[in-house]
Structure formats: structure tokens, C-alpha cells
Ligand binder design. Structure first.
Ligand code: HEC
Length: 109
């Protein structure tokens, strides 16, 4: 029984470390489905020209895993204020549209 438990532990431990090196886990943030859907629409209208439909980038950088280095607050502020070639959307989009598009770009791809 002990040997079996030890064996299982080793299997699980090894599987785990392999997964870390090969797989980047998605953020565990959750958002309401409707918000993400709305964000997808907003993204299609305002963002695909520079970041591509799948977020892989073009004029703007790849943002598929932007949640890795930007917090929700930082990303929301960037949407409102813009930065360099990234336009400011504070005057174009409503607060809700901004929340939606940020949610979409964090969990929606
Ligand atoms: C005119 C082209 C353009 C449009 C339209 C645009 N972006 Fe950007 N975006 C950029 C550029 C260029 C940058 C890099 C800014 C910099 O120099 O820091 C950027 C940066 C970003 C970043 C930060 C990336 C990082 O890793 O730091 C996010 C997130 C982002 N954009 C999301 C969006 C979203 C969402 C929309 C639509 C609401 C959008 N962008 C529309 C050009 C654009």
C-alpha cells in the first residue's frame, strides 16, 4: 500500500513538473460570459486592425497573454489613456465597453 502511494506520488510529481515547462496556464480570473461576448464585439470593431483577430499582433504587439505582465487595473488604465501608438479609448468607448474588452483580451481567446 505504501509503495503504491509512493509510486503514485512520483508519477504525479513528475507529470506536474513537465506540465509547468510546456504549458502556460491561463489566468484563473473569471468574468461573466455576456461581458466576454460583448468584449469580443468591441474588440472586432476597434482592435483587430492593429492586434489581429486572434490577438497575435501586427501594428500593435501580441496581446494573447497580456495578463501575464499586466494587471487588470494597468490594462484598464492603458485602454483609457493609451500609450505611444496605442490609441486612447477613454473618449471612444463607454466604461462598460472598456471593462468588456479588457475581460475578453484576458480570458476570451
Ligand atoms: C492604431 C493601432 C492600435 C489599435 C487600434 C489598438 N492598439 Fe493596442 N497597442 C497598439 C500599440 C502600437 C501598442 C504598444 C504601445 C507601446 O508602445 O507601449 C499597443 C498596446 C496594447 C496593449 C498592451 C500590450 C503590452 O503587452 O504591453 C494592450 C493590452 C492593447 N494594446 C489592447 C488593445 C485593445 C483591447 C484595443 C481595442 C480597444 C487596441 N489595443 C487597439 C496599437 C493599437
Amino acid at each position: 500500500m505504501c509503495v503504491l502511494a509512493a509510486l503514485l506520488f512520483i508519477l504525479v510529481a513528475c507529470g506536474g513538473s513537465e506540465a509547468v515547462s510546456e504549458f502556460v496556464p491561463p489566468t484563473d480570473e473569471t468574468y461573466p460570459g455576456e461581458l466576454v461576448e460583448q468584449g469580443k464585439e468591441t474588440y472586432r470593431r476597434h482592435c483587430t486592425s492593429c492586434h489581429a483577430a486572434d490577438g497575435s499582433g501586427g501594428v500593435g504587439p501580441n496581446i494573447r497573454q497580456v495578463w501575464e505582465h499586466m494587471s487588470l487595473e494597468e490594462q484598464t488604465a492603458l485602454m483609457i489613456d493609451g500609450r505611444n501608438q496605442m490609441p486612447e479609448f477613454g473618449g471612444t468607448l463607454t466604461q462598460e465597453e472598456i471593462e468588456a474588452v479588457v475581460a475578453y483580451t484576458r480570458v476570451g481567446w
